[in-house]
Design a protein around this ligand. Structure first.
Ligand SMILES: [Zn+2]
Length: 309
C-alpha cells in the first residue's frame, strides 16, 4: 500500500517534469519564431580597432577598419573621415582640439557586404595647467619683455606657420608608425600649459624635447616639407605635411638639411638641434603636431597613431 503511494507520487512528479519541459520547449519555439526579422546590416564591433574609447581635449583619436577589402567609409558625428590604406586596414585620424566640448560622439564605418561598425567615443575635459612665463636675465638686459615676445610670435612667425599649413595632401604620405624626432624622448616642456606673465599669456602648443646643439633631428614620418626657413622668434624651422590634415613642426634648430617641396622619409635626418630664434633660451627641440587647425599633444598623438598603424 505504502509502496503504491510512493510509486504514484514518483510517476506524478515525472509527468509534471516532462510537462514542464514540454512547456519550456514550446516557449522557446515561440521566442524563435518571433525573431525572424527582415534582413538588417550586420553590426560587428570586432572589425573596428580604436586607439582608445576616451579622448581628452588636445588628444588624438585614431582608428582602423580591419578585415575588409573595399568600399570603406567612416563617419565621426556624421562627418566623413578620410581614410588611408595600410597593411593592417583602413586608418582614420581625428584631432580633438583643446576647446572641443566634452561629449559622447559616434563613430560609424561602413564596408562591403552591408557591414556596419559602430563605437561610442567619449571626449573628456583636460586641464593642462598654467606656469609663469619668465625671460632669462640676458633677454631682459637686451630690452625684451614677455609682451614684445608674444606679440612677435603671434604677429609674425605664427602667420608664416599657418600659411605653410593651409593645404594638406588628401592622401596620406605615410603607411607606417610614427617615430620620435630626437635621439631620446626627454620632455622638458609640457604640451598645453598656459604660460602667463602679467597681462600676457601664451599657450605651449607643442612639447619641448631635450637635445644638445648638433644632435640629429628626424622626420617623425614620411611627408612633404611645406616650410624650411629662419623665423625671427622660432629660429630655423621646418614644417612637414603628412597628408590627411596632419603636420609636424620642428623649431629652434641649429641647421636645416631639407628644402620646401622635398619628400622626406620616416626617420630621415632633417636638421640639427639648437637654440635659434628670440624665443629659445637653451638648446632643445620644440616639436608640434597639428591636425587641421587643432594643435595636439605630440606624445598622445604618436601613441594613438601607433596603436592602429
Ligand atoms: Zn616649446
Amino acid at each position: 500500500m505504502r509502496i503504491g503511494v510512493i510509486v504514484a507520487v514518483i510517476v506524478f512528479l515525472i509527468a509534471l517534469g516532462l510537462f514542464g519541459f514540454l512547456v519550456l520547449l514550446d516557449r522557446n519555439a515561440d521566442i524563435g519564431s518571433l525573431e525572424l526579422p527582415e534582413r538588417k546590416p550586420e553590426i560587428v564591433e570586432s572589425g573596428l580597432v580604436v586607439s582608445s574609447e576616451e579622448v581628452p581635449q588636445g588628444g588624438t583619436f585614431a582608428f582602423a577598419v580591419v578585415g575588409v577589402n573595399d568600399n570603406v567609409k567612416a563617419f565621426f558625428e556624421n562627418k566623413e573621415v578620410p581614410l588611408t590604406r595600410t597593411d593592417k586596414g583602413f586608418v582614420g585620424v581625428l584631432g580633438i582640439s583643446l576647446n572641443s566640448p566634452p561629449r559622447e560622439a559616434d563613430l560609424r564605418a561602413t564596408a562591403e557586404n552591408d557591414l556596419v561598425f559602430e563605437k561610442k567615443i567619449l571626449v573628456v575635459e583636460k586641464d593642462y595647467g598654467t606656469s609663469r612665463l619668465t625671460l632669462p636675465p640676458s633677454a631682459t638686459q637686451a630690452g625684451r619683455t614677455t609682451g614684445t615676445l608674444v606679440s612677435g610670435i603671434v604677429g609674425d612667425d605664427n602667420k608664416k606657420l599657418t600659411d605653410a599649413m593651409r593645404q594638406s595632401e588628401a592622401v596620406a604620405y605615410f603607411t607606417e608608425s610614427f617615430v620620435i624626432p630626437t635621439l631620446e624622448w626627454v620632455n622638458v616642456g609640457r604640451f598645453g600649459v598656459l604660460r602667463q606673465s602679467g597681462g600676457t599669456a601664451i599657450r605651449h602648443l607643442g612639447i619641448d624635447l631635450d637635445a644638445k646643439v648638433g644632435d640629429p633631428i628626424f622626420a617623425t614620418n614620411r611627408g612633404k616639407v611645406t616650410l624650411s626657413e629662419y623665423l625671427t622668434n622660432y629660429g630655423h624651422s621646418i614644417v612637414i605635411d603628412h597628408g590627411l590634415g596632419i603636420w609636424s613642426i620642428y623649431i629652434h634648430l641649429e641647421t636645416r638639411s631639407v628644402e620646401k617641396g622635398e619628400i622626406v622619409e620616416r626617420g630621415q635626418q632633417i636638421g640639427e638641434a639648437g637654440s635659434t630664434g628670440l624665443y629659445s633660451f637653451e638648446p632643445h627641440l620644440h616639436f608640434s603636431i597639428r591636425h587641421h587647425a587643432s594643435s595636439l599633444d605630440p606624445e598622445a598623438f604618436i601613441e594613438a597613431m601607433n596603436k592602429v598603424l
